[in-house]
Write a protein that binds this ligand. Structure first.
Ligand SMILES: [Zn+2]
Length: 473
C-alpha cells in the first residue's frame, strides 16, 4: 500500500495538489473507469465516517434519520414544474428491466423531494403530526457536463445528507431555516472550515424554493466552493403534492416546507483548507487517528517497544484515537507516512526518552516538538489536540478573511476576484447584476443586508444589498 511520492506537492498550484494528494494520501482513488465516479479508500472512508457521525449527532438532536428509494418514477419527478426544469438536463434514467422496456422510466434521484413528498402527503394528517424533520445520507446522481473533480464535482455524489421538514406555517418554516443555518455553522466550526453565509439571488435559488441560503468557503486558489444550502420551499411543493393538514379549527391547510443539503464537498473543504506542502492536516475532532505512537528502536529494544505499547493503551483509556506503528521501517519513513496523511500528533518514544521518563510530542500543524512526563503524557496529548483544533480553525478563518475585499468599483472587484472574493453594493436591478458580472469576470454568488447606506457600484442608485462576487467551483 505504501506509495513513495513522485514529486513534492506545492499547494500554491492547487489544481495539481488536489489532483495528486487524494490518491497519495489514500482518501479516494480516481481510477474507476466511469467519468465522475470515485472510490473511497478505506482510510478515506474512515474520515468520511467520522465527519458524517458528527453531522448525524447534530441532526439527531431533533431530526429522525430515514431512507427512501433511489428510483423515482418519471411522472412523479415531473410534477413540480420549476423543480423538474432545474434538474431535467442532469437526470440519469433507468429505462429497461431485464429484457423489457419499463412502462414508466425511473430516474436515479438527483435529489429526493419528489421521492419523499408523495409520502409526506400520506403521513401528514393533522396539525399534531407537525413538524416533521427527517434526513437521509445517500448517493444522488447528476449527469454533470462541466469538468468533474474528485469530491468537488461528481456524477455520483456519494454522501448527500438531505434534510426535509414540514411545518404548519411559513413563519415556522422560516424559523427552521434559521435553525438549520445554526446547525451548519456548528458543523463547519467543528471542521475548522470557514464560511460566508448569503442568500442566493433569485435567479440562482433552488428550483421550486421561495429563497435559498448558501454556505460558501474559499479554496486555496481563491475560488469559492458552495458547501451547504438551505431552502425555504414555502407551500409550492405542498400544493403540488397535496400535503395538507387539519388545523385546530378543522380547516384544511397546505403545509410549508424546507430542505437542506450537505455533500462530500464538506470533506473536500476540510482537506483543501488545512492541507499544506507536507500533505494533509486532519482536524483532531474528525481525525480517525488523532495520535500515532512511534517507537524509536535501532535494532531490538524490548523496553522501548513495551513503553510505546503502554503509552498507546494509556491514550486509548483517555479517549484518544491512537495507533502504534510497529512496522519494520526507519522512524523517518514513518514520520513522513503519518505526516502526509495528516495525523494531528506524533508521539515518539526512544531510549533517551525512556531514560528521562518522558515522551516527545510533535504537532502536525506547527511541527513544534515538546516533551511530557510519561505518566502524564496522555493528558498533555488531549490538551494539545484541543489547542490544535482551535488554532487550525482560527488560521483558516484569518486566511479566508485576508482575501475578502469590499470594493467600490467593478474594476477593483475584478482584481479582488482573481485571488479571492469581493463585496460590493448593488441596487437589485438584474441589468446591473449582469453588467457587474461581465465587468468583474465573476459571478454574483449571494446577497447580504447592507450595513450602511451606499450606492450601486454600477448605476449609482441607492443600494439594496451587499453582493458577493467570486469565481466558483
Ligand atoms: Zn444598479
Amino acid at each position: 500500500m505504501e506509495k513513495k511520492p513522485d514529486a513534492p506537492l506545492k499547494k500554491d498550484n492547487f489544481q495539481e495538489w488536489w489532483q495528486e494528494i487524494l490518491g497519495r494520501a489514500e482518501i479516494v482513488d480516481n481510477r474507476y473507469p466511469v467519468k465522475g465516479l470515485t472510490v473511497w479508500h478505506p482510510s478515506g472512508f474512515a474520515l468520511r465516517r467520522r465527519v458524517y457521525d458528527l453531522l448525524r449527532s447534530l441532526l439527531d438532536r431533533d431530526h429522525q434519520e430515514t431512507l427512501f428509494p433511489l428510483l423515482i418514477p418519471e411522472d412523479q419527478l415531473a410534477r413540480e414544474a420549476a423543480h423538474i426544469k432545474g434538474f431535467e438536463k442532469e437526470v440519469y434514467w433507468v429505462t429497461r428491466g431485464g429484457g423489457e422496456d419499463l412502462e414508466v422510466p425511473l430516474a436515479l434521484r438527483p435529489t429526493s423531494e419528489t421521492a419523499i413528498y408523495p409520502m409526506f402527503q400520506l403521513w401528514v394528517r393533522s396539525h399534531a403530526d407537525l413538524p416533521i424533520r427527517i434526513y437521509q445520507i445517500v448517493n444522488v446522481f447528476r449527469h454533470e457536463t462541466k469538468h468533474t473533480r474528485p469530491l468537488i464535482r461528481l456524477r455520483e455524489i456519494t454522501s448527500f445528507k438531505e434534510a426535509h421538514t414540514v411545518h404548519a406555517t411559513w413563519e415556522e418554516a422560516d424559523a427552521q431555516v434559521q435553525a438549520a443555518t445554526q446547525l451548519y455553522r456548528e458543523f463547519f466550526d467543528h471542521l475548522g472550515v470557514p464560511y460566508i453565509i448569503t442568500r442566493r439571488p433569485d435567479w440562482d435559488k433552488f428550483p421550486g424554493a421561495d429563497y435559498s441560503v448558501a454556505f460558501d468557503t474559499m479554496m486555496p486558489d481563491g475560488r469559492t466552493l458552495q458547501i451547504g444550502t438551505i431552502h425555504h420551499l414555502g407551500d409550492h411543493f405542498a400544493r403540488t403534492f397535496h400535503i395538507q393538514y387539519e388545523a385546530p379549527g378543522g380547516e384544511r391547510k397546505h403545509a410549508h416546507q424546507t430542505c437542506y443539503g450537505i455533500s462530500e464537498r464538506c470533506i473536500a473543504a476540510l482537506l483543501a483548507t488545512h492541507g499544506d506542502d507536507r500533505g494533509l492536516q486532519i482536524p483532531p475532532t474528525v481525525a480517525p487517528i488523532q495520535a500515532v505512537v512511534i517507537p524509536i528502536t535501532y535494532g531490538e529494544n524490548p523496553q522501548v517497544l513495551q513503553a510505546a505499547r503502554g503509552f498507546r493503551e494509556a491514550l486509548e483509556r483517555a479517549g484518544v484515537r491512537a495507533r502504534l506503528d510497529e512496522r519494520n521501517l526507519r522512524p523517518g519513513e514513518k514520520y513522513y507516512h503519518w505526516e502526509f496523511r495528516g495525523v494531528p500528533l506524533r508521539v515518539e518514544i526512544g531510549p533517551k526518552d525512556l531514560q528521562k521518563n518522558q515522551v516527545t510530542l510533535v504537532r502536525r500543524d506547527t511541527l513544534e516538538r515538546t516533551t511530557a512526563p510519561l505518566d502524564r503524557g496522555a493528558e498533555e496529548v488531549q490538551r494539545l489536540l484541543r489547542e490544535m483544533g482551535d488554532s487550525l480553525r482560527a488560521a483558516a478563518r484569518r486566511q479566508m478573511e485576508s482575501r475578502l475585499r469590499s470594493c467600490a468599483t467593478t474594476a477593483e472587484a475584478r482584481r479582488a476576484t482573481e485571488g479571492g472574493v469581493a463585496w460590493l453594493t448593488w441596487c437589485g436591478q438584474k441589468d446591473c447584476a449582469e453588467a457587474i458580472e461581465t465587468e468583474t469576470e465573476s459571478a454574483l454568488l449571494g446577497l447580504s443586508p447592507l450595513d450602511a447606506e451606499a450606492r450601486c457600484v454600477k448605476c449609482g442608485a441607492p443600494g439594496k444589498h451587499r453582493a458577493l462576487l467570486g469565481r466558483a467551483y
